[in-house]
Design a binder for this molecule. Structure first.
Ligand code: FES
Length: 218
């Protein structure tokens, strides 16, 4: 990792970010030989700071990476994990690709839509849940797969999906973690994932890489 010193313009553009996010931005830029290569993780940082990928967030990322607003937007609009409008505290995704579909993902999605009252692709009025179907998450052996803030649960039944939503609604956990949710609401896993991810997600952005889930990042 190389040391990065922000220019005055770069420092200015993220001056209203939390100190933790500013530090993460610097560390993220230090991971790449070319700063433009940091556009994707920096877009997630902008989501942490702004709640979703705002026009201002894309401008900030553009300044940090040296990319034009159009180039940043082309990335942000291509990948569905970048949200261009406010989303709920819990982003609940159901994989509906072929393996999950064959093992009942549509029923799991319907149970989640019914239990949350939120249709696929929308966010509830109280801001608690966003619901969406997603493409294959690479855990096809553990189908059907459900994700909460990108923390994965494998072999979920419709009944367990309803329990999951009630658990989220009633408990409002600050951190959601694959290991805990798998034990409570999952079935058989596709394989032993080996390294256990200890922390979990505090926001509807992935809890990996330089973001982690440390509370100070919120
Ligand atoms: S089809 Fe659902 S994880 Fe691959």
């Amino acid at each position: 990792m190389k040391d990065v010193v922000l220019t005055a313009e770069e420092s200015e553009v993220i001056a209203d970010w939390s100190a933790a996010s500013q530090q993460r931005a610097i560390e993220t830029l230090g991971r790449y030989p070319e700063k433009r290569s940091a556009v994707m993780p920096l877009l997630f940082l902008s989501m942490i700071e702004n709640g979703y990928v705002t026009d201002d967030g894309m401008r900030q990322v553009g300044v940090l990476t040296g990319l034009s607003p159009a180039q940043v937007q082309s990335v942000a609009s291509f990948y569905t994990m970048y949200k261009r409008e406010p989303i709920g505290d819990y982003l609940v995704g159901v994989c509906t690709s072929i393996s999950c579909f064959l093992l009942g993902a549509d029923d799991v999605l319907a149970a989640i839509e019914d239990e949350t009252g939120v249709p696929d692709g929308e966010t509830g009025g109280d801001g608690a849940f966003s619901v969406e179907h997603v493409e294959c998450n690479g855990a096809c052996g553990g189908a059907p797969v459900v994700l909460v803030n990108w923390e994965m649960i494998e072999s979920v039944t419709p009944d367990k999906a309803r329990e999951l939503i009630r658990w989220l609604r009633n408990g409002r956990p600050e951190v959601v973690n694959t290991e805990e949710m798998q034990q409570l609401f999952g079935g058989e896993r596709s394989f032993d994932w080996g390294i256990k991810e200890a922390e979990g997600a505090v926001l509807p952005v992935p809890a990996f890489g330089p973001f982690g889930s440390a509370k100070e990042g919120t």
